[in-house]
Design a binder for this molecule. Structure first.
Ligand SMILES: Nc1ncnc2c1ncn2[C@@H]1O[C@@H]2COP(=O)(O)O[C@H]2[C@H]1O
Ligand SMILES: [Fe+2]
Length: 275
């Protein structure tokens, strides 16, 4: 595994990252999740990103790329990403099937790098919080040690830490039972690296921007179905699919915003009780 990717940065003052998350694609492009055709909504998100015409230095895909474990679903993901002339890195979510994910994305030239050096001042590290077969997350001893060793190599760089599962409560009780179960292990490592202070997640299918012991935790809408904030029980939201951009500045500042489709073409089945 070639875990390290070094990217020169061409966009001047800042590095611009595009986050795409929870595409939940299927082998069949006509299949739906809670009433939304996930290929069509992903395709529409890519149309909107292309239409914006912004320069990006890196795409980060933060898990749940496939819903049905198939090679075809990952091929569809790669087909979409190939529309954007930007390197892409990924990490797994609870729904992903890593053997198919790893091989299919590698065949499509999507890097398996889990450590990206961006220009001279920034780095991105990608963690695997999947516990195969269950919705909650956990960082294995290997992941915690790898994070520690990786941060120790470049402690002077500002760092964006990516993982699928949210490490602190989102405010949706039903989702918080599926959060990262050992946030203390992550906190214990990050305490030694004050420049690793921005964390970026997927999983909760909603926008979030919280403080965690002086760090910023961001979560991002899915490209398909959204969950309604602050709900005790499973509740779907009717807001449109989305994505996030982040600008990373050399002094460590981060500017970021969630964008959404401007159409109501992807209305979910609001009466669904789960999946
Ligand atoms: N009704 C439900 N109650 C609790 N969890 C659910 C329900 N429906 C689905 N889930 C799980 O909650 C997860 C949250 O987002 P995921 O896309 O990871 O996948 C979802 C399912 O694994
Ligand atoms: Fe998930």
């Amino acid at each position: 595994m070639d875990s390290l990717l070094k990217l020169p940065v061409s966009s001047g003052d800042n590095i611009r990252i595009l986050q795409i998350t929870d595409t939940h694609l299927f082998a069949g492009k006509n299949e739906t999740l809670l009433g939304v055709n996930t290929w069509a909504s992903y395709d529409a998100v890519l149309d909107a990103i292309e239409a914006e015409g912004r320069h990006y230095d890196l795409i980060v895909a933060t898990g749940d790329l496939a819903q049905d474990h198939t090679v075809e679903a990952y091929q569809h993901f790669a087909e979409g990403i190939a529309r954007l002339p930007v390197p892409c890195v990924w990490l797994p979510g609870n729904h992903d099937f890593q053997p198919a994910m790893f091989n299919t994305l590698a065949e499509a030239d999507i890097a398996d790098a889990k450590h990206v050096l961006l220009g001279e001042s920034w780095q991105v590290v990608l963690l695997d919080s999947q516990v195969f077969g269950v919705p909650h997350g956990m960082l294995s001893d290997y992941q915690v040690e790898w994070l520690e060793n990786t941060l120790a190599q470049q402690p002077q760089r500002h760092t964006l830490v990516l993982l699928h599962h949210h490490p602190l409560p989102s405010g949706c009780n039903w989702l918080d039972q599926h959060s990262l179960r050992n946030p203390h292990a992550l906190d214990a490592v990050l305490q030694h690296y004050p420049l690793a202070k921005t964390l970026l997640c997927g999983h909760i299918h909603q926008e979030l921007d919280l403080d965690w012991n002086g760090r910023r935790i961001l979560a991002t809408p899915s490209t398909c179905v959204q969950f309604k904030p602050h709900c005790t029980n499973f509740t779907i939201d009717s807001v449109a699919p989305g994505w996030r951009w982040l600008d990373l500045f050399a002094d460590g500042r981060v500017a970021t915003q969630v964008e959404r489709l401007q159409t109501q073409d992807f209305s979910p089945d609001l009466d669904s009780e789960g999946y």
